[in-house]
Design a protein around this ligand. Sequence first.
Ligand SMILES: Cc1cc2nc3c(=O)[nH]c(=O)nc-3n(C[C@H](O)[C@H](O)[C@H](O)COP(=O)(O)O)c2cc1C
Length: 196
Amino acid sequence: MVPERVELPKAYRLINHGPTVMVSSAHGGRRNVMSAAWNMALDFTPAKVCVVIDKATFTRGLVEASGEFMLQVPARGQAALVLAVGQRSGRDGDKFADAALRTLDPELLAGAAGTPPVSHALLSTALEGSLAWLACRSIPEPHNQQAYDLFIGEVVAAWADPQAFSNGHWRADAKPSLHYIAGGAFFETGAAFEIK
Ligand SMILES: Cc1cc2nc3c(=O)[nH]c(=O)nc-3n(C[C@H](O)[C@H](O)[C@H](O)COP(=O)(O)O)c2cc1C
């Protein structure tokens, strides 16, 4: 095998197939959701994640103003939604209303553990049908945000559909997640295996 050179602008695609997420946000009576393939885990404790939120997005202003965002891991069946919310802006209308998106009851998320330290408005952006939801408080890093559109969040509460993720593991047998390539092409997660 002779390794084939990859053009540098496409190099990111080599490591791009972690789960594509939807980033939801809310502030001042507005709520929104966009897609973000550029996201990753950053730390265990306190749990942190990072995500790229471009300056041109409507999400950006909502996140900066509210200091919080939610990452949602979409299911295979939400692929069309991922493209839809990633191809139009919440500036042009409420995506939740326009696409008749169904959201979870925030009381369900509060559950026995009590209301997490994020706004009720943010909790109200959790979409039904997602596989997992990570409520994050943005950790202000003005240089990273300005120079790289990079937002770091402390995960202050997280939930998962137990048919997709339980006992700390993604279940391989059900509900695959989505991994974005480019141009509307995705992978879904495949067979799991373990090395003991
Ligand atoms: C699959 C997919 C992945 C995307 N990944 C990102 C990303 O990581 N960061 C980003 O800023 N925009 C990303 N985008 C583009 C935003 O989702 C898009 O600009 C969206 O329309 C912004 O919505 P808003 O203006 O309502 O916030 C992605 C779009 C798609 C379809």
